[in-house]
Ligand binder design. Structure first.
Ligand SMILES: Cc1cc2nc3c(=O)[nH]c(=O)nc-3n(C[C@H](O)[C@H](O)[C@H](O)COP(=O)(O)O)c2cc1C
Length: 203
């Protein structure tokens, strides 16, 4: 019979490390560029990130605490998502530093202007989504107490795809080797074609 390690998170997990974000893993990375109302550029990775709607496309990231990215989206209503790839792993990581500098410069990343929004795009990233804020939702506990975490949702209003990622117009997910966040302080996964399997939904 399977033995389970059971715990109620509110009372502690009794393990060396909190396992939840090693279990809900690997997670795609929201590499988010924003600008402050004064025009200062910001770039940071968020692995509490996903797409939540297909049409219109709505994506979101969650900020643990009121960080610069959420403050900038609240103030300007705009952000850009950049695809983090294996080739950009070190630069992506460098942009998570808590600094006042421009993280594009800090990480040695060239930028490209966006078409519909102010934040710049990471030039070396093969896909960019320009987004307009739809909602910023403060998270709550089951008892309704406020949590200092902020889910930032935005409609994707413009998409840029490096055409080298397309075969006959079909986007090749693994071609850029996207990186995903695992658990613990250091674990990541790289998405390669070998990891793919196919299955159809029941009719
Ligand atoms: C791969 C990775 C994923 C991260 N995911 C999150 C996240 O989901 N939420 C969060 O609040 N911070 C996350 N961080 C930490 C932020 O990137 C970091 O606090 C950063 O300084 C925030 O920048 P900002 O204040 O300019 O928005 C992550 C860091 C890394 C390296």
């Amino acid at each position: 019979m399977t033995e389970y390690h059971f715990y109620e998170p509110a009372n502690g997990h009794r393990l060396p490390h909190d396992p939840t974000n090693a279990i809900i893993a690997p997670r795609p990375i929201g590499w988010i560029s924003t600008v402050s109302p004064a025009g200062k550029r910001n770039l940071a990775p968020y692995s509490f990130f996903n797409q939540f709607n297909y049409r219109p496309p709505i994506i979101g990231f969650c900020s643990t605490g009121w960080k610069d990215s959420v403050a900038n989206v609240e103030a300007t209503g705009e952000f850009v998502w950049n695809l983090a790839t294996e080739a950009l792993a070190g630069a992506m990581n460098a942009t998570s530093a808590t600094v006042e500098d421009d993280e594009f410069v800090l990480a040695g990343l060239d930028s490209l202007p966006s078409r519909l929004v102010k934040p710049d795009r990471v030039a070396a990233s093969p896909v960019h989504f320009e987004c307009r804020k739809t909602q910023i939702v403060q998270l709550q506990t089951a008892d309704g107490a406020d949590v200092d975490s902020w889910l930032v949702l935005g409609e994707v209003v413009a998409v840029h795809i490096d055409t080298a990622m397309l075969d006959d117009g079909i986007y090749q997910t693994a071609r850029s080797i996207p990186i995903m966040r695992g658990g613990g302080p250091t674990d990541y996964f790289a998405v390669r074609e070998e990891a793919k399997f196919q299955m159809r939904r029941p009719a």
